[in-house]
Design a protein around this ligand. Sequence first.
Ligand SMILES: Nc1ncnc2c1ncn2[C@@H]1O[C@H](COP(=O)(O)O)[C@@H](OP(=O)(O)O)[C@H]1O
Ligand SMILES: [Mg+2]
Length: 248
Amino acid sequence: MELRSVTDAELARSVAVEAGELLKSIRASSGLQDAALGALGDRDANTLILDRLRAARPDDFILSEESVDDRARCAASRVWIVDPLDGTREYASGSSEWAVHIGLAIDGRPVLGAVAVPDRDQVFATDDLPPKHPPCPAGLRVVVSRSRAPDIARCVGDRLGAIMIPMGSAGAKAMAVVEGRADVYLHDGGQYEWDNCAPAAVALAAGLHASRIDGSPLVYNCENPLLPDLLICRQEVAASVLEAIARG
Ligand SMILES: Nc1ncnc2c1ncn2[C@@H]1O[C@H](COP(=O)(O)O)[C@@H](OP(=O)(O)O)[C@H]1O
Ligand SMILES: [Mg+2]
């Protein structure tokens, strides 16, 4: 495919899918496991993504978890924000809970992107969203980090009578909400722009609520890429979840 002529969303989707296929083939054929497998996957997926984005959009900046940060991006309008392998720990241990994030921030807003969840053979892009499952009548389902579930999620769960679903990868969790397999993704305590830019872009395009946990907007391409907390949820539960968070 001639990537220079496709739309930004098509580019994001195609690069996310290609990186996901590469990561699956590395895991199947490298003979590595654990940290060595994660490190190889991070590195090679990053190389592929940077090659494709630079060839297709030579004037844009890129902020990647796996590359040295070029702070000249801070003065740019268009910045691709990518996580070549989100959920490295899960990928390296053979779990399916990992994702590839290709987001595009324009003037700090997460306007478009794609999240591939390769072990589910899924890609979610801002121009191509799946049908949603209906809400679960049994109550709210909150997806949280498998390894670092935040205390605030437990408080919110108790207040709202929700069930907690531990899952690896910010992208995999956000896409569970996009699909309607969960209602809320709540995170606090640390994350970076690459962990949530593409997931937030896809969630917003799907009509979901996506914000900081104080309800303020998610802002990208900041000088310090730390973006430590996040709420992605169905619109109709956003007010009650934000209120529960504020009460602590
Ligand atoms: N407290 C924290 N500080 C820094 N990064 C965190 C974090 N909690 C989660 N993350 C990052 O957010 C992503 C999803 O985490 P989790 O699976 O726990 O929900 C992971 O990205 P990477 O796998 O790209 O490093 C992880 O490193
Ligand atoms: Mg990540």
